[in-house]
Design a protein around this ligand. Structure first.
Ligand SMILES: [Zn+2]
Length: 474
């Protein structure tokens, strides 16, 4: 339970006195409306409650609570319930047991009240800040001005390694990719799968390894104390998506999937592809079986092998861009996308090549022949991708799967693959504009649902399955 108490009434009175001292000739009437007290408190997944006590010289007839998620533009206006009178106590509650009202842990809310009395006097309170935390756990924290890491199991070095790796990832994003964090990030490390599912929205799937709530600046991941290696990569990967989306979000378009995922993969290890991806990528190069960049601009394949190739190849392309064209070009590319741009136009402007041109330069660097003519000249469907790509709506999900049974893996993927269809692209494009991962946030009601993202290998908590990693971002 978190409680914030403010003596606003006292501040207002003091301010009024100061005015009288400075301008003694001015006759000031006392403010007709006075705030006696205000507070906000919450129980995670239960409620967030705002309370205001106020008095006025005439009957108070309206008390309206406004709140806004920090970093978002939309403001929510809510009429509070109270019995009108000269002294009132008004209350407004956000019911957190309602799925459509879901707010992730670490949501930071600005809120303020507007009071009106029968004589037409009106008072707007100062903005206050509420940090909505999961109060069911005793969190340890490490923080600086860029991010705060929360964890409750695992020792100090467990937390410190995750914290330092996350900071390193932010450094790399600045130095290699040219994007800086816009708003501070909060990362919550839940110690097991059950706890994780208890913290994210009710729509979360059993196999979800975590979620990136891009519009809230929050990453929620399940990492047990014995899963540190996985946790370091997964945290880096998800946090990278979050920063990319902060930097490029706009109402007009999305990033090509290969760029979004490629930066996240690159950021896990800037020197070389993670071993899970490397073998598959190398084999595809050897056999000249790489996917085309145009194909990788859309949602990734559901086939586990192809999905891993898609992630690995995307990471390799991003590394190729940074090594060949430079950080400035990458930064410019993201800057162009932040204004909303078609894929080919953005690439041409920043790198001097379109999608196929980049693809061929990449292939040449690997000793592969250029794309076949048909592929090069079939840009129609790819060009439409920025507008129609349903991927923008769907959470990226981390799927774990058992290494051996291809059949069961396919089933899990089938589940994941269905995800996109369930999300309406219209909903997410209106509310959210772009970020592929925050699409789930775009509920019809405008409710701030989070997005499932998790590219990373997710070990299944409780089942002890470690394995080949399949990254899914539908
Ligand atoms: Zn991802």
């Amino acid at each position: 339970m978190k409680s914030i108490l403010k003596g606003l009434g006292l501040k207002l009175i003091v301010f009024g006195c100061a005015l009288m001292i400075v301008w003694p000739g001015t006759v000031l009437a006392q403010d007709p409306i006075t705030i006696i007290d205000q507070s906000a408190n919450s129980d995670f997944r239960e409620h967030i409650t705002f309370t205001l006590a106020a008095e006025s010289t005439s009957e108070i007839v309206e008390a309206t609570l406004f709140y806004q998620v920090v970093g978002q533009i939309a403001t929510t206006k809510n009429e509070a319930e109270f019995a009108p009178g000269n002294a009132v106590t008004a209350e407004f509650e956000i019911d957190q047991t309602e799925a459509t009202n879901y707010l992730p842990p670490g949501t930071s809310l600005n809120y303020w009240w507007n009071i009106v009395d029968a004589a037409g006097n009106e008072l707007k309170t100062e903005r206050e800040l509420l940090l909505y935390l999961d109060d069911r756990y005793d969190w340890n924290t490490l923080e600086n001005d860029r991010l705060t890491l929360y964890w409750y199991e695992g020792n100090d070095s467990f937390g410190r390694e995750l914290f330092e790796r996350a900071n390193l990832a932010l450094d790399t994003l600045e130095t290699d990719v040219g994007i800086a964090l816009e708003n501070p990030i909060r990362i919550f490390i839940y110690a097991n799968h059950r706890d994780l599912l208890g913290a994210i929205s009710t729509g979360a799937q059993e196999w979800t390894g975590g979620q990136a709530f891009t519009r809230f600046g929050v990453v929620v991941i399940g990492v047990g104390p014995n899963q540190l290696d996985w946790g370091l990569n997964a945290t880096t990967h998800e946090m990278t998506h979050l920063v990319i989306h902060q930097a490029t979000e706009n109402p007009f378009g999305d990033l090509p999937r290969w760029l979004d995922e490629g930066i996240a993969v690159y950021n896990e290890n800037r020197d070389e592809l993670d071993s899970d991806f490397k073998a598959i990528f190398d084999r595809a190069v050897e056999r000249d079986e790489l996917m085309t960049l145009r194909t990788l601009s859309s949602p990734f394949p559901s086939d586990p092998y192809q999905a891993n190739l898609a992630y690995g190849q995307s990471g390799a392309v991003v590394k190729f861009i940074i090594d060949t064209y430079g950080t400035d070009a990458m930064a410019e590319l993201l800057d162009i996308f932040s204004e909303g741009a078609l894929y080919d136009e953005a690439l041409e402007q920043a790198l001097g090549v379109d999608t196929n041109g980049l693809d061929n330069a990449f292939r040449t660097s690997l000793g592969l022949p250029p794309l076949a003519g048909a592929e090069v000249s079939a840009p129609d469907e790819a060009e439409a991708a920025p507008e129609t790509e349903p991927a923008a709506e769907v959470p990226e999900i981390e799927v774990e799967e058992e290494a051996e049974p291809a059949a069961s893996a396919a089933e899990e993927n089938a589940v994941v693959a269905e995800q996109p269809a369930q999300e309406s692209s219209e909903e997410s494009s209106t509310t959210n504009g772009l970020s592929g991962e925050s699409s789930a946030e775009a509920e019809p009601s405008g409710s701030p649902l989070g997005v499932g993202c998790l590219g990373g290998l997710a070990p299944l908590f409780g089942l002890g399955l470690a394995l080949s990693r399949v990254r899914r971002k539908e």
